[in-house]
Write a protein that binds this ligand. Sequence first.
Ligand SMILES: Cc1cc2nc3c(=O)[nH]c(=O)nc-3n(C[C@H](O)[C@H](O)[C@H](O)COP(=O)(O)O)c2cc1C
Length: 350
Amino acid sequence: MLYTPIQFRNIELKNRWVMSPMCMYSCENGLANDFHFVHYGSRSQGGTGLVVVEATGVEPRGRITNHCMGIWTDEQAEKLQKIVEFVHQNSDSKIGIQLAHAGRKGSTWNNIQIPIEEGWETLAPSPIPYHPTERIPHVLTVEEIKEQVQNFKTAARRAVKAGFDVIEIHGAHGYLLHQFLSPLSNIRTDEYGGSFENRIRFLLEVVDVVNEELNEDVALFVRISGTEYAENGWDIESSIELAKILKNHKVDLVDVSSGGNIHGVKIPVFDGYQVPLSSQVRNQAEVKTGAVGLIKSTEQAEEILQKGEADLIFIAREILRNPYIAVQGSFEMKEDCFFPHQYLRAKISS
Ligand SMILES: Cc1cc2nc3c(=O)[nH]c(=O)nc-3n(C[C@H](O)[C@H](O)[C@H](O)COP(=O)(O)O)c2cc1C
């Protein structure tokens, strides 16, 4: 299974390993640099089916920190294009990008809000900060929501031009789109708040405009938090309902993470702790899903796929430790996987 290719639109992933998006906080003015070139390039050399570039701001205030990646200028997209071209020319990997807006969780450093003069006024659906000590965010007007929808559209256009194979919309971890989904962070009384249909409206509008920029050669994923572990908050039932709707809006895969929107909640963490969320979304909404969270070995990843709990395995911290996890797993399982031809002598250990 792990080494069985899978297709999303015209994009074929050679295996089910995905490098999960991970902020590296290493950009100046949102620009990718040599570090990112090596960082993403090396995971492609490791045989990873899909490499997903970190949360990338669709506008300056969409970043979490001043050093996050951005794609609101042509120059930013051109730097990313160099990475995309390297991956396409030197590996079997496909490459995606996560488009994000931090909303009320922006303007931080090391998870602590920075002064407005060093950062910016954050944005949110309602005047509720993530942490009580933080500044009250600016409440988006309907017109401003429409502008943000356009920011995602323009970002998607730039990403497609740069050659990305997959666009992932970041609807998880308490960032702007998740803030709209949750009745705890969204207490609006207009068409973007209140009922489930109203709270998912912003995300669906983003999905639709991003899809307008895509063709059959670029697939669309959405990352969600399967639950936010809070009473009366966004939960797995809401996620399943949303996933059914996303499927009808031409979303190819739902990447199921959790948490991030409600400060201080208790998260039960164990190996594969979010896999049951992926499994429920996959099997009840009948969509393709990605599982993520404390997946660390080939054996564990294979078992998740065999049990029908996910279609893709997103790995984050383990692939930072081991960029070659996909190719190494293929040696263990005696399966085919890309390995740089320059390294072929290392296929034999003695
Ligand atoms: C350094 C770091 C940065 C991260 N940045 C992002 C991000 O940009 N977007 C996102 O959706 N998740 C982000 N995450 C979460 C990971 O993608 C992943 O969901 C989480 O780490 C659990 O997977 P793991 O147990 O394999 O690390 C980040 C995680 C780490 C460790």
